[in-house]
Structure formats: C-alpha cells, structure tokens
Design a protein around this ligand. Structure first.
Ligand code: NAD
Length: 555
C-alpha cells in the first residue's frame, strides 16, 4: 500500500472498502484502477473489466464535453467530474486549459451562478451564514483537513458584472480555486471555497423557491462587520497562516475590508489587487506596441469601482517608483462613473474616488470626457455593455496612432465593446484586451488576437509564491512584481499578433515565474515564515501538483 505521506492525498484518511474508493473523488481512479488495485482494495466486480489508461479516460471526457449542446451543460459535466474524480478533472482542465477556462470561469461560471439553485447537484465548499454567528470556529472543524493553504471567500454581492447573487455566488470561489490548481499547481486538497451568506437584496432570488440561500435582506453595518471579524479569527485559528482571497464583495465592503485586514492577516482582494496587476501588465505590454512611456499616458477609466481604482493605484505605484509624486502620478488617471467625469467640484464622491478628482470642468458623459481629456488609453470596468460606441472608439482612433482600448467588464455580455468593433472601427490599429475571451479578428488579411485580461494570469502565481514561502502578509509590491513579470514574458511574435498577454498555453511557466518573483519580494520584506531554499525555482516547481494517478498497490 502506498505510504500516506507520498502525495497531496496524505492529509485525508484512506478509504476502507471498494465502494468508498470509488466514491471518494480524491482517491478515485475509476476505470483506471489496475488489476492489482482491484484485488487489493476490494474493487473486483465493482468496475467494468477493461482497465483504461488515463489517456483513454481523457478522450472519453473530451468526446462528451464536445458533444454537449450548451456551455452550461459542459459546466455541469465538469462539476460532476470534479465531484467524482478530481485527478482526472485536473488532468482534463490542465491539458485543455484554453477550452476549459471559459467554462469553469468567466463567462460560463456567471451563468452557472445565475442558475445555481436550479442546477444544484451536490454541495461543494463551505457555507457560513449569518445564523452561524458565534459558531464559526467550531463549525470549521467539519472541514475534513487542517492542511488548508488557500481560502477564496465571497459574500455574493457583486458576482462578476452580474450583481447580487447571494449564496448562488458559490460558483465563483469554487471556480477560482480550480484555477489555483490548474494554473499554479496549488494542491486541490489545500484549497477551501467559502460563501458567507448574509442574505441578498436580489428580489428574483428571494422569490425563487429553488434559491439555496437565506431568505432575508442583506445584513449591513456593524452586524456585517462583526460576522466578517468572527470569520477572519475563526479561519486563522483553524488554519494558521492561511491565505484568504476576498472575491466579488460589493464595492464599499471590498475597499473597507481590504484596508482593515491587509496589515493584520495574509489576505488580498482579487477584484482590486489582482485586476490592478493583470491590467497593469496589459498596459505595460501595450506600451511596447505603442512605443509610449507610462508617464506620458492619459488613461481614462469608465467605472470607478474596485477594478478601476485597483488598476489606477498600480499605475500610480509604478509612476511613483519612477520618481513622480503621488499627486503627479494620479493626474495621469481620469475616471468617468455613472454621474460623469470625476472632478474636484463634485460633492458626491466616496473616499477612494476623491484621490482622482482633478481640476476640470464637469462632463456628464463618456463621449464629452473623451473629447475633452483626449485619452491615450480607454479602460472599461463599468459592467455597462456597449458603452464604447462607434463614435467614441473612432475618436480614440483619430487621437492616437495605436489607441489602447481595454473592455474589461465581465461576462462577455457586459463588455463595453467587442474585439471586432474595436478593431473594425480603428481599421485594425487598436491595442485591444477584454475581460472575457473574444476570438481573433481578421481585417484586410491581418489577424488580430485580442488579449484576455484574465486575473488567472496573476492570482495563482501570487498564491503559489505566498504558500511556498509561508508569507505572513500580501503587499502591493508583490502585485507590481507579478505584473512586471507577466509583461516581461510576452514574446515578440505574440506582440506582433496584437496580444498583450502571453498565450494561456504558457500559464504554468507564467505562474511559476510570478511565484518566484513574489517569493523574492517576500524574502526582501522579511515576511517569510519558512527558510529560503537553496534553489528557489526548483523548490517551488517541486511544490506544484501534477494530475497523475498514484499506484495504490506497489508491485
Ligand atoms: P464595482 O461595482 O466596484 O464598480 C463598477 C463601477 O462602474 C462603479 O464605479 C459604478 O459607479 C460604475 N458605473 C456603473 N454604471 C455606470 C455607467 N453607466 N457609466 C459609468 N460608470 C458606471 O465593480 P468592479 O469590481 O470594479 O467591476 C466592474 C467590471 O469589471 C465588472 O464587469 C467586472 O466583471 C469587471 N472586471 C474585470 C476584470 C478583468 O477583466 N480581469 C477583473 C475585475 C473586474
């Protein structure tokens, strides 16, 4: 029998009979259990006689996957596989990542969250509700292992660009953690998806008999803060040093909670900091194509929420690093929110917007702001589809030889413009990236490959760097290091196609490089709790999960 310490399955008790081996997704090999294993583990008779190779199993999964009639069906198929056989699930997702990413993450995961109660099969992850107040530390003992390294938590208030989906938002932490494993090899058993259900203000869900969450309006204010505080204490007690990623919280809670916990716990907010980092990498790559300097840019954001402010803060940090004062650096970033251009004379600005309120006459809409500010880069993070109109994109094209246009709102239906629109309206001159994937576009015989500003380029590698060093905190400088590393990895031939990000096919190389850069930051700031290994790259590589079946019975 295999020694328990030999792989990531080590922290789980071995099944005790044949049926349990088949029903435990961590240990199950399905039809790939060998003859020897069938004899030793009590499996003979419980499986069809032919022993399949893993390659044959992958082929079967892919045949089924490609024969489904909708992406939601594909999502359901993959979730069922994950529940049945985790090793095979990750082998498929890792081997076919470009095909799988839009299913296990945006845009399909958004649809899955909207339909969550209706497609629900089997519970995955951990639910804490406001009814559990006072019990969190104890109830987390129900999770089957103490060896948890990464938690992704949501309260479901701002799922992608889809708004408040309450407890149905659970698809997001599950999907993000699948990407931690698929992109950076964080062991699946060390990942814990959590939803904190404080209610929902979504009327449709409140009236839906199949909704899986609490039927109450959202708790806010002090009662909400007390729940989050109890949660942070409870996870640290149960899983000391665990990395906690906040995901898809509503705007005001997201900024407040980040400010409150980033110096107290090992935590970050992906919507603010991960987005800031991946978009900064896109901006730095775009400058290779436009041959511009960051300090010469005028960046206009549509949307001044978590994503927009997160991106601007990173641009400002880089400019300050290059010698500008914070005030000078912020002048390079302009914002239009739902009320128009953010300017000094406005009296309705929240704290995070006030830093970016410049002296300028009011503009009530994006078109007049574009005409007046004359941006070199236009970045959409508003969740408002079709707002980069033909007129606006054409003006960007007349102002700039290579206008930089990032339509980052998710899912695809919320994008500010499509790749085809951006390229067509600028005669193929736009440097374009989006939040959800778009297919390449051919104009006058030249094919343009749009970049997908997918946070999955950043957070898995950052997480691997944090986990490998046992970092005590997550700092802004780690996200800047991650962005610079990502931008440095893009190849000349990828840039020539118009890409501002490397191909997703290279994601393991990208995540490893980011993990090394983040680890260097951790050591530089003395935030590590584990000694530095002699050969850092080899050590981090050795930590990465591989989707391979072990031999449970040694010959
Ligand atoms: P948020 O709710 O924090 O912010 C949305 C902002 O848009 C707010 O400032 C709001 O005032 C503004 N807004 C709303 N309606 C507007 C209008 N008509 N005109 C101008 N501004 C308007 O949300 P967020 O976290 O910043 O996310 C925004 C969008 O960005 C979402 O669609 C999300 O999916 C997307 N996003 C993409 C990525 C990525 O591509 N990597 C990452 C994170 C978020």
């Amino acid at each position: 029998m295999q020694k328990k310490s030999e792989n990531h399955r080590a922290n789980r008790a071995l099944p005790t009979n044949g049926v349990d081996w088949l029903h435990n997704p961590i240990f199950n090999k399905g039809t790939a259990f060998t003859e020897a294993e069938r004899d030793a583990l009590g499996l003979r008779g419980l499986l069809p006689p032919h022993v399949q190779s893993m390659d044959e199993q992958v082929q079967r999964v892919m045949n089924n996957f490609r024969s489904k009639s909708s992406d939601l069906e594909r999502y359901i198929q993959l979730v069922a596989l994950q529940d049945r056989n985790e090793t095979l699930f990750y082998r498929v997702v890792m081997d076919y990542l470009e095909e799988m990413m839009p299913i296990i993450y945006t845009p399909t995961v958004g649809k899955a969250c909207q339909e969550f109660g209706h497609i629900f099969r089997r519970s995955r992850g951990f639910y804490i509700s406001s009814n559990d107040k006072g019990q969190m530390e104890k109830m987390l003992h129900h999770w089957p292992t103490r060896d948890v390294k990464v938690i992704v938590v949501t309260d479901g208030e701002r799922i992608l660009g889809l708004g408040d989906l309450g407890a149905s938002g659970m698809g997001i932490p599950i999907g993000k953690l699948s990407l931690y494993t698929a992109c950076a090899g964080i062991h699946p058993t060390q990942c814990l998806p959590i939803t904190i259900d404080v209610g929902t203000d979504n009327e449709t869900l409140l009236k839906d008999p199949l909704y899986t969450g609490l039927r109450q309006r959202r708790i806010r204010g002090e009662a909400y803060d007390a729940l989050i505080e109890e949660f942070m204490v409870a996870v640290e007690k149960n899983f000391p040093g665990v990395l906690v990623q906040f995901e898809d919280f509503g705007n005001s809670n997201a900024f407040r909670l980040l400010a409150r916990y980033q110096d107290q716990a090992c935590t970050f907010n992906d919507d603010i900091q991960g987005t800031g980092s991946v978009a900064l990498a896109g901006v730095l790559s775009a400058l290779h194509l436009t041959r511009g300097k960051l300090s010469d840019q005028r960046v206009l954001f549509l949307g001044a929420g978590e994503a927009g402010i997160g991106i601007a803060e990173n641009i400002v940090n880089v400019l300050v690093g290059a010698g500008l004062t914070p005030a000078e650096a912020r002048k390079r970033c302009w914002f239009v929110d739902s009320k128009g251009l953010i300017v000094k004379s406005r009296t309705d600005l929240s704290a995070h917007k006030q830093h970016y309120a410049h002296d300028h006459a009011p503009c009530t809409d994006l078109l007049s702001a574009v005409k007046s500010i004359k941006p070199t880069m236009l970045i959409g993070v508003s969740g408002q589809p079709k707002t980069f109109t033909q007129e606006i994109v054409k003006i960007m094209g007349s102002l700039n030889e290579r206008p930089v246009i990032f339509a980052l709102s998710n899912p695809t239906s919320k994008a500010e413009c499509t790749a085809e629109e951006a390229y067509t309206w600028t005669e193929g001159r736009a440097v374009f990236a989006s939040g959800s994937p778009f297919a390449p576009v051919t104009i006058a015989g030249k094919t343009h490959v749009p970049g997908q500003g997918n946070n999955a380029y950043i957070f898995p590698g950052v997480g691997l760097g944090i986990v490998s060093t046992g970092a005590r905190r997550v700092t802004e400088s780690m996200f800047i290091a991650a962005a610079r590393t990502l931008a440095s990895l893009i190849r000349k031939e990828e840039l020539a196609e118009g890409r501002v990000y490397p191909s997703l096919k290279r994601i393991h190389e990208v995540s490893l490089a980011i993990a090394i850069a983040v680890a260097e930051e951790v050591y530089a700031k003395n935030l590590n709790t584990q000694p530095r290994p002699a050969d850092l790259p080899s050590y981090i590589r050795s930590q990465m999960f591989k989707p391979e079946y072990p031999d449970y019975v040694k010959k």
